[in-house]
Ligand binder design. Sequence first.
Ligand code: PCA
Length: 209
Amino acid sequence: MRILLTGFEPFGGSSFNPSSSLVAAFAAEGLLGSELSTAILPVIGGQSATSARAELARAIERAQPDTVVCFGESARATHITFERLAVNLRDERIADNAGGQCCDEPVIVGAPVAYFSTLPMRAMRDACEEEGVPAILSMSAGTFTCNEILFFLLHGSGGGEFASVRRAGFVHLPQLPEQAALRGGPSMSLAHLMLGVRSSLRELIAPLG
Ligand code: PCA
C-alpha cells in the first residue's frame, strides 16, 4: 500500500505548523506496512504553479499513492479533528502566504457543492481515542486553504485526475505548545499528536494486510 501524508507550511504569522512537524516526524520514522511518501504544501490558494493544489498534484504524480491523508493546523482545535466534509467555497478570514484572500468563490467552478471524505474517519477517530488522545469528527474544515486542498483532492480522486487515489481525507491538528505560549489558546504536544495519528493511520493499513 502506498500512502502519501502532507502537511502545511507555517502561516498567519507563526513560525510553526504542527502538521509539517508531524509529517516530518513520520518521514523520519516511516509507517509499518506501507510505502510512505510525504510533502509539505505552501499555504497558497488558487491554481498557480506555487499553489498548494499544484504542489499536491506534483506529490501525487510522483508517489502514485492509493491513500492520501492531508494534515493542517487549526489554532482553535482542542482535539485531533477528523474532517468528514469539504465544501466548494473559498471565503478567507486572513490572507494566504502569497497575500491572496478570497471571498465567496468556488474552489472548482461547476463542481458539486461538497464531497465526503473517503477515509474511515470514525474508526480513525476511535483508534486515536483508544490511545487516550482527544479526537473528534468534524463537519467543517472551514473555508480556507485546508478545505480548498481537501475539496481539490476529493474532486480529483473520484475517478478524476488522481487515478491512483482510492481513499483521501483531511485531519486538523491543534497548535503546538510553542505556539500557544506566544498567542494563547489550546494546544497539544507533538508526542501526543504522533501517538494519536500513528494509531489512526494503522486503521488504514490493517484492512489491506
Ligand atoms: N491550516 C489552515 C491552512 C493551512 C493550515 O495548516 C486551514 O485550516 O485552512
